[in-house]
Structures are given as C-alpha cells and as structure tokens.
Design a protein around this ligand. Structure first.
Ligand SMILES: Nc1nc2c(ncn2[C@@H]2O[C@H](COP(=O)(O)OP(=O)(O)OP(=O)(O)O)[C@@H](O)[C@H]2O)c(=O)[nH]1
Length: 406
C-alpha cells in the first residue's frame, strides 16, 4: 500500500486516487464516488480472500487491473478470460510501476485509434475485445484495400495491427503502402501471423512494421507490445515537442516558429485571407536585468509568455530571441492585428511585476505588418523596421503599417 500510494502521488498526480484495505471499505468507496475510471485490486483481502473484489468491481463496469502476490496459471486464465484488464504479479517493484502506468493509460486510451486488419471476422473480434477491454478506440478493416481506405478516413490512427495472410494484399504489401504516407514517428504497426516461419517477424519489420506477434498469443503479451509501441511514439512526440520549445517560457522557439509559419502563409494564400505578422521586443530589458537581477528578468519573460498565451491562443507565436517574440495571425488584416497586439501590450503593462524591492511595470514595443503574398523573412524585416520606429518614438507602443500598404 505504501508503494502504491507513493507511485500514485508521482505518476497519477492529476488523478484523485482512493485507497481501500478491505472489501467492505471498497464497497463504501463505490457508494461515495460514482466516477472511478479504473481499479487496481489485490485478490486477497482480509474479508474477501478469494478475489471477490474483482467481480464486484467488474459489475460496476469499471476496468479492473489485478495486482497479486500469487502466480496461479489456472486463476490467471480464468480472470483474463473473464475480462480483467491485466493480471500483474507483484514480483518486483517494476510490477507496481507497470500497474500504475496501465491505470494512467486507461484514462486516455479512448483517444487512441487502433486499426485492426484481418480477413477473419473471428480474429478481428477477438482483438477488438482485447483492445476494448483497455478502452482503446477500435476500427476494423477486412483486407488491405479496406485498411488503406480506413486510414484515409482516420488519418489519426496511432496503431495498426495487421495479419499477414490476407486475400488481395498481404500484410507486407499493406505495411509498405501505409508507410508511404505515415512514418514511424506517428504511427506504430504490429504484424501478426499464425505461420510457424520465424523469418516472418524480421520481414515484417524490414517492410516497415515496428513489431510482430505470433498467433495465438497471451493477452498479457499482446498488451505489453501495444503499450510499449504506443509509449515509443509518445516519447518521440515529447522529444520533438521539447526540441521545438524554448526552455524558459515553454513557448515555441525560433526554429519551430519559422518552420510552422510557412504553413500559415500557405493557408492564407490558399484561402485568400490576410496574414499579419508582429515582432515584439520587451523595453529596456537590459535595465531590468541590471537593476533587479537576471532572475527577475527571467520572471518577466515568463509573465509575458503567460499573457501572450492568453491573448494569442488562436495564433502561432514564439520566443524568437532573448526578449524578442513573434506572432503570426491568419485571417486578421492590419488594423485588427494591430488592435490585438495593442490589447496584448495594455494587458502586459497593466500587470504589476512583484520582486523583492516592491513592484514595477514592464512594457514592450512592436510592429505589425500584413501581406498576402510575402515570405516570412520579408515580413520579419518589415515588422522589424516598424519595431525600430516604435522604440525611437519612445517605446511602449505598437505601430502598424501605413493604410495604403495593407
Ligand atoms: N534575464 C534574461 N535576460 C536576457 C535573456 N535573454 C536575453 N537577455 C538580456 O536582454 C537584454 C536585451 O538588451 P538590449 O538588446 O540592449 O535591449 P533593451 O535593454 O531591451 O533595450 P530596448 O530594446 O532598446 O528597449 C540583454 O541584456 C540580454 O542579456 C534571458 O533569457 N533572461
């Protein structure tokens, strides 16, 4: 219980967790809370020594993870066949981590689309049942052509589980086809086969699959492979996201901004809507650092980022330099974009920044330009000229372009 409480506080910190130590306490907890989304249960409780709690939890319609001290194959099979999400043996600390991780996944699995491709309806149904037990969002396809069509309808599928032997198009060909459009960073593919040939697994992987499972498989093995492959994708996403972010403010960094803004410009051009661009530079920032200290300077940058997140959430923005920020606004003409950035300025100036010596107010200057057909470098240079003029004219102001150049 101590280990579970510790893990819950670190790994499920955003979830309310209720701990019970007997069957009676468990029933009471269900009377008091109607919104549990998962349960981790021990089979042996002082007042319910034979796993009675499992039936009780499952009757409430809650996914149930068994975490037990005994490995009994007959019991394991009975529970897994009966619908528990997983049967985890408390062999090591890792087992507790695994159960917690699984509980955390159950909260978000409904957002993950899994495409199951198999010409056998029975096999599809079996895999669907296993996946739905862990609350995944399942889509089915009965052959390769159907699978390709389903992928075009659901491009947000994160995992494809495909059989090898299928009419019209085998598993290898399908993996090849899918990989033309979807790379390994965003989509995992697991191949399946009941053929004895050991070479199949290597061939599946060479054709672009991430993993392979021989049929028939233990449900636990199936679940381990699924979560491992999905975790690998999520990890890549996290790494990519942190490479795109500025460490101090959490906003996009300069490289990401320049990359993503190309698409915004393309969208503006394709839909013939204006695109406005603003360059923003905090005023007298050297003085803030010199006078209040570098830590306060950092704090000001973070506070500004927060205001920007609130004010500009619909648009793409980033910290593009030390105290320099950029914002690209699809669909706003120059006067609307100017009003938005000036509103941002007023909101920021209105905030008192607290520090050891009391409070002070910081400001920024900005330039806003608009163009339908310009590239990002040209917009940047023109906004920079306006920003320079705003600094020259006394700071704490935002300048738009002359009306006839909109
Ligand atoms: N605290 C802190 N300071 C930074 C960071 N990045 C850049 N700076 C500082 O920001 C200051 C920018 O100074 P300047 O370019 O002279 O501009 P300024 O003082 O804002 O003056 P104007 O732009 O003309 O209003 C420099 O002193 C940099 O060291 C950062 O991440 N944290």
């Amino acid at each position: 219980m101590r280990i579970l409480k510790h893990l819950a506080s670190t790994r499920l910190s955003s979830t309310d967790t209720v701990f019970t130590q007997s069957f009676a306490e468990t029933k009471q907890a269900f009377c008091q809370n109607s919104d549990f989304y998962a349960a981790i249960v021990d089979l042996n409780l002082p007042d319910a020594p034979n796993g009675e709690v499992v039936d009780f939890v499952m009757k409430q319609g809650i996914p149930c993870i068994v975490l037990t001290g005994d490995f009994d194959e007959r019991r394991r099979k009975q529970l897994v066949d009966g619908g528990v999400v997983d049967y985890v043996v408390k062999e090591s600390r890792h087992a507790y981590h695994y159960a917690m991780k699984l509980a955390r996944r159950l909260r978000t699995n409904h957002e993950i689309k899994v495409l199951v491709v198999d010409d056998s309806a029975m096999s599809r149904k079996h895999i669907r049942n296993l996946l739905e037990r862990q609350l995944y969002n399942v889509i089915e396809a009965e052959d390769g052509f159907d699978a390709i069509e389903q992928m075009s309808i659901h491009p947000d599928v994160r995992l494809v589980i495909t059989d090898f032997e299928m009419p019209n198009m085998d598993g290898f060909k399908l993996v090849n086809e899918i990989r033309r459009k979807f790379d390994k960073r965003g989509l995992a593919i697991i191949g399946l086969s009941s053929q004895e040939s050991g070479i199949l697994s290597a061939q599946f992987i060479k054709h672009g699959a991430n993993d392979f499972l021989n049929k028939p498989f233990y449900p636990e093995e199936f679940y381990c492979r699924i979560s491992q492959n999905l975790e690998a994708i999520e990890l890549i996403e996290e790494i990519e996201d942190s490479a795109n972010r500025d460490y101090l403010t959490g906003l996009y960094n300069r490289r990401a901004f320049f990359e993503f803004s190309k698409q915004v410009l393309r969208d503006g051009w394709a839909h013939s809507v204006p695109v406005s661009f603003s360059l923003i530079d905090l005023d007298n920032f050297k003085h803030i650092n010199d006078h209040y200290g570098h830590a306060v300077g950092d704090y000001v940058l973070k506070r500004f980022a927060e205001v920007m997140q609130r004010y500009c959430e619909k648009f793409l923005f980033a910290r593009v330099g030390g105290e320099e920020f950029a914002l690209i606004m699809l669909g706003l003409d120059n006067s609307k974009a100017l009003a938005l950035v000036d509103g941002l300025r007023q909101a920021f100036v209105g905030q008192a920044i607290e520090c050891d010596g009391g409070t002070f107010h910081a400001s920024f200057s900005g330039g806003v330009v608009t163009d339908l057909n310009s590239n990002i470098d040209a917009l940047y240079n023109r906004a920079d000229e306006l920003l320079y003029r705003a600094k020259e004219a006394g700071r704490n102001m935002v300048l738009g372009q002359e009306p006839d150049s909109d």
